[in-house]
Design a protein around this ligand. Structure first.
Ligand code: NI
Length: 190
């Protein structure tokens, strides 16, 4: 396992659309080593998720995990999840405005995300999963899958006045966001 450098906004490789992983190579050493590096790098950076694109590997693999995360204390837990070839289908038109951050972007901003989605993916053992995700967890999935399409959350920010550095977010916006999103998480349960 190696902590790999995380590409930041402006690096052209963040805009590359990642290639699907042939299921026959999931068990192979290259893909398994890439997954180990993604987990190690995500944990080292205290991220809630990391897509292969962010370390310059252009395969459709993302990892997610939320424990007691100091970057996102309001986020419901996500067990360590390895999503290979993830596909997201919105289940309805319900949207929520989430203030997002990203290990590749030194700012936060408000983005509209689907509240209820179905995700399909393979795990690192090659097993296919079909699951329903809701709320902030659904938002995390949408954020990570966007990376695999070369999309950053900042591309989806409709109101640029919501953009803030972490420092200014913490000072001026965190309290109101945490209050609103905590009520949302209590309502949708995720
Ligand atoms: Ni990100």
């Amino acid at each position: 396992m190696t902590v790999r450098p995380i590409l930041t906004i402006g690096h052209p490789e963040l805009r590359i659309v990642a290639e699907p992983v042939d299921p026959s190579i999931i068990a192979g050493p290259e893909v398994q080593a890439l997954i180990d590096d993604l987990i190690e790098t995500m944990r080292d950076a205290n991220g809630a998720g990391l897509a292969a694109t962010q370390i310059g590997a252009h395969l459709r693999i993302a990892v997610m995990e939320v424990g007691d995360n100091p970057r996102y204390p309001y986020k419901p837990r996500i067990p360590l999840t390895i999503a290979i070839n993830p596909i997201i289908e919105p289940l309805d038109d319900e949207m929520v405005e989430i203030n997002e951050g990203c290990l590749s972007v030194p700012m936060r901003g408000n983005v509209q995300r689907h509240v209820n989605v179905r995700v399909r993916y393979h795990d690192r053992a090659g097993v296919e999963h079909v699951e329903i995700k809701r709320g902030l967890t659904a938002g995390t999935w949408q954020h990570e899958c966007d990376h695999l399409d070369g999309v950053l959350f900042i591309d989806r920010v409709e109101d640029p006045t919501t953009l803030a550095t972490w420092e200014e977010f913490n000072e001026h916006h965190r309290a109101a966001f945490v209050e609103r999103i905590t009520a949302f998480v209590e309502r949708v349960g995720s």
